[in-house]
Ligand binder design. Sequence first.
Ligand SMILES: *[C@@H]1O[C@H](CO)[C@@H](O)[C@H](O)[C@H]1NC(C)=O
Ligand SMILES: *[C@@H]1O[C@H](CO)[C@@H](O)[C@H](O)[C@H]1NC(C)=O
Ligand SMILES: *[C@@H]1O[C@H](CO)[C@@H](O)[C@H](O)[C@H]1NC(C)=O
Ligand SMILES: *[C@@H]1O[C@H](CO)[C@@H](O)[C@H](O)[C@H]1NC(C)=O
Ligand SMILES: [Zn+2]
Length: 954
Amino acid sequence: MAAGKQQLPVALLFILGGVWSFPLVQDTKPSCHITKPNMLNVHLVPHTHDDVGWLKTVDQYYYGDRNDIQHAGVQYILDSVVDQLLKNPDRRFIYVETAFFYRWWKQQSSSMQQTVKRLVNEGRLEFVNGGWCMSDEATTHYSAVIDQMTLGLRFLNDTFGACGRPRVAWHIDPFGHAREHASMFAQMGYDGFFFGRLDYQDRDHRMIEKEQELLWRASDSLTPPMADLFTGILPNGYNPPEGFCWDQLCHDPPIRDDPDLEDYNVDDVVNRFLVIAMVYKTNHIIMTMGSDFQYENANLWYKNLDKLIHYVNAQQANGSKVNVLYSTPSCYLQELHRANLTWSLKRDDFFPYADDAHDFWTGYFTSRPALKRYERISNSNLQTCNQLEVLAGPVSRQGPFGVGDSDTMKEAMAVAQHHDAVSGTEKQHVANDYARRLANGWQHCQVFQASHCLYHGYSGTIMSSRFLVIVYNPLARPVTWPVRLPVNGTAYAVSDVKGKPVDCQVVPVSKATQEVRRNRGFAINELVFQVQAPPLGYTTYSVSLIQDGPPPASTQRRTPTGIQNKFLRVTFDPDTGLLSSLSNLETKQSIKLTQNFYWYNASDGNNTESNQPSGAYIFRPNSSTPFIISKTTSVVQEVRQWFAPWVSQVVRLYADSKALELEWTVGPLPIDDNLGKEVITRLDTSIKTDRFFYTDSNGREVLQRKKDFRPTWNLKQSEPIAGNYYPINSRAFIKDDVDQLTVVTDRSQGGGSIQNGSLEIMLHRRLLYDDVRGVGEPLNETSDIFPEGLIVRGRLLLSLEHPAAAADLHRPMAEQEVLQPLLAFVDGDLMTHCTFSGLQAALPPAVHLLTLTQWDKDSVLLRLEHQFQSRESKLNSQPVTVNLQKLFSTLVVLGVSELNLSANQWKDKMTRFDWTPQKGTGPLQTGYPSEWEVTLRPMEIRTFLLKVQNVQLK
Ligand SMILES: *[C@@H]1O[C@H](CO)[C@@H](O)[C@H](O)[C@H]1NC(C)=O
Ligand SMILES: *[C@@H]1O[C@H](CO)[C@@H](O)[C@H](O)[C@H]1NC(C)=O
Ligand SMILES: *[C@@H]1O[C@H](CO)[C@@H](O)[C@H](O)[C@H]1NC(C)=O
Ligand SMILES: *[C@@H]1O[C@H](CO)[C@@H](O)[C@H](O)[C@H]1NC(C)=O
Ligand SMILES: [Zn+2]
């Protein structure tokens, strides 16, 4: 409290001193310093880039622990910056990562909190971006990105109100930029977006054309300007210009005062600003004054910035036309907006990113595939956790099994979205820390599952001769899902909740599975059956042992020539055992399809063109021809294929599935030959692709890709493989006029189409060299259970359709892959069988229930999403209407307000949704039913805060 008062005279001194202060603009944003219309205005933006984990864990970064790894301590940065802001009211600072700010805030005294509120209200401390972290853009799924932004922005709104709401999105470090991120930021209400990294050829082109500031039209489906986002490329990445780094981490000489002033070449500084300005359109440029974990001793920076401003502006008396000022991204953006110019329109994205001819950052699309899968399935678990908390009502937080909370998982997932987390570009000990946080989140969520008729008692082999399987389905429509349980018996009877028998099958555990599980289970068989679960609800199946004994004799025979169900048929080549064709029996389509596994030899950095090795970020094969992984094959209904001791696959067709499942198991990648390996699977087909293929952006809209081509500049291709790789978050496809082969993935991966008719996906990487982008370790993953290298398992779902009908299949398929049913087990027959649906009826196929989570005591946050693009499907690319009051079976909706996508602002423009809760209690079905109806157009997400009351169903 004394601090604020003591500072006041100091601040006054500066103001009275005159030279150091600037008059304030009165008309728009009052906190922005005035600029000079006939001069070049240089906006100095003091900032720090605080990774939410990278070389150190998020905790180590916050506290400044392990400074031997990297000198960095976020708590000291915030302490020091606030102190320095108070010393001079002209000074500005921006802060980005709410994960850190939130921790710091909780530790401050209430007087310090008041002081900081004042700084925020006066625009001296400005939040930009404001999500929990600065998310990765290539490997994240939109659902998790929206959640992490919501978490951070909610804290800022709750704490600071409207003044704490960031106006600018700020992704200065991520390694390429996704169109879906731009679309989301637009829908979150940001005025603009700034970033630092883009392809070097793209940048050169844009500098010539003065197109480093542009308008990004980030959706093909949403009506402009809904997904339009002004986008600016920063002049120095996110660093200060050379010679201007005055942090304790830097070595640039300080600005010297009067006696030495002659030495300091102010003219040179002025000229350098003028040169930078030549490639921008307006008489304003932005200078990022800061970098990674800077401002721990903020006095160094501010003292020199004060002087820089003073001496450069003093030259104006001698005719200089350069005006330097403290600024923020939103103040800079305001000037660009005022300039009232036209900006070039961009419709594609900023992938892949290369910083030189042989340096494509396309390796991290696949790096750490096990962490990528764990992150994806954790999202599914979190959504289930959120839903159960809502459906069970507030009592569930204090259930009979303990105190449940979804917050731990929300924070762990938010941290995992960071651009060095799910991206796989962190040090090994930090990757372990992210996984540990997620595991802790799962623990806290299990309480809900337990208190909600679900009991989690499953590990290893299921031993009882009688048990219940409870299946929870987090989707808003019924699902059919194959269940595989580890058992020892040879025959079982399975029945559904009504006692009706269900087809089931016992198959021996595969050799690959036995190897993967090590000493963590000894079951000899797998019991396979399909479950059907109601929308947003659960059902139970009972299983009883009929026959114990040895496993069914595994009838070793040659690969069958084909397998089929009522929808699909696949054939295998009798000589090679490889897939040879795929047919859709309903549509009578058929394509040639060969699938095999290969590995690229990772560059070790020792060659003539460039010494860039392949690493966690960068993919650089030594040769464009991958090595084939030789194969052998065998066994039964599902076809098990062995390609090498470290690559195997199961080809499966479930009875009711329109997709062919390829379950791959890859690892441990051998490195005793001293060769780094990047393993791909490649599908070679008879489809005539003519260099085109398609990948999704963050799991939502699909973008067209073309080999050796970029839509906005003439590409000089220098890496024929790595330079043609793109992120695949949930699906990729190739097509011609007749056939579309779609692959749905279970995690983010990298891939490309190098030959016509071909689609390759990178599955696993193991490398022997660091790629010199900072992480300082080769990507060489091992663990206690897998000391000789990680084994990774995953699956690809393949479907063959006419292009016009393909989305009707791959949209719901990807939806099911992202939000998977949760299984729980109860020993014996103790419980009454139960079945439950949280919905009155299934939602139409176009509508995805994206979010259902408790917001506060009596309100819940609901997001409904139209999951089809416009023109993608005759059937489903139509507007759909949902009645919010007729949605839930156990929640009475008393009131609805619509919010922006990140739920930190009321969507007041849309006044027709500005409802107030009706007074009184009980169901309110009568009156004005139409007002509860919500229409969703293709790719639209609408966010609602619902006032609700729980009613229990019998
Ligand atoms: C912006 O430019 C347009 C076209 O040049 C002009 O019509 C309009 O009046 C300008 N707006 C402002 C606020 O200056
Ligand atoms: C299942 O069978 C295996 C092999 O006979 C045995 O090692 C394991 O203990 C059995 N598990 C149970 C739960 O009976
Ligand atoms: C690079 O290759 C050359 C020629 O093959 C060899 O002599 C040299 O030892 C290699 N250097 C490294 C660091 O592997
Ligand atoms: C933002 O926070 C203020 C209080 O600081 C609250 O009144 C308002 O409802 C919040 N807005 C939203 C959209 O949650
Ligand atoms: Zn970073």
